[in-house]
Ligand binder design. Sequence first.
Ligand code: AMP
Ligand code: MN
Ligand code: MN
Ligand code: MN
Length: 293
Amino acid sequence: MPYLNADLHSHSTFSDGTLTPLQLAQRARQGGVDLWALTDHDELAGQAAACAAAHAQGMDYLTGVEVSASYAGHTIHIVGLGFDSGHQALQKGLHALRHSRGPRAQEMARQLETAGIAGAYEGALRYVGNPDLISRTHFARFLLERGVCTSMGEVFQRFLTEGKPGFVPQRWASVEEAVDWIRAGGGVAVLAHPARYDLDATLEHALFTHFVACGGQGMETVCGSHTTAEAARYTQLALDLGLHASRGSDFHSPAESRVDLGTLPSLPAALPPVWDLLSSRIQRAPLSGHSSH
Ligand code: AMP
Ligand code: MN
Ligand code: MN
Ligand code: MN
């Protein structure tokens, strides 16, 4: 039985989301999701709770993570799905990525202080659910609380992005490392929200072919930050590259996310869905009706 409503990209309090894995699972189920993955940034600590909560809601589950990677000076996000979350290479790689976030956050706060905004480190920390995972999102929430900005969009236009106060360039994993860690754990690597990277056509093509050469197998064609036109464009590109398609809301918070869990349009029939590659990796809910045969 095929999945009618897979949502394979979302964030909990273990990274920069505001809901716990249990609250997310309940919300996903309310949105009609039948296959779910929690994909926290660079962190697997929520996986066991997410899988248990998914099963309690009658949803099938895929392990998930969103790995921060760097390519030609740009930050690229690679979603891993269906890996063994106890795998050493993945765990070690993610641990190193998390480790670099503390010093980065201190430097972000120093820059904001120079720009006249004091106390940003402590302010951001109050929004952090996982002390290992302080992110730009937590600084953004602090800037909103202070009234420095009135929307998330405004924060990322005026701060925390290249050339603006609070942006600290970061060397994340290479694309090759991120894909290797995911595949070593038996998972599938998916290029997240491809329209979000500010790449010209040449560099975009170079990234996509490099991702495939490294062993990447999926592209998120239907996601919370894509317009209909972008979904169509990346569907065609995924088809040309022989990639499987993934679908994910990238849900972070009821107050902040434009797209709720389970509410995106379906994947186009022209592309094979990424879960076709993962049938042996899906953790099936008792009595879910999705059999492995
Ligand atoms: P970091 O991993 O610390 O670089 O933070 C990246 C996170 O910031 C992303 O996962 C998003 O949750 C958030 N973010 C980045 N750009 C934007 C934006 N333009 N609007 C809203 N959130 C954003
Ligand atoms: Mn995020
Ligand atoms: Mn992302
Ligand atoms: Mn995300």
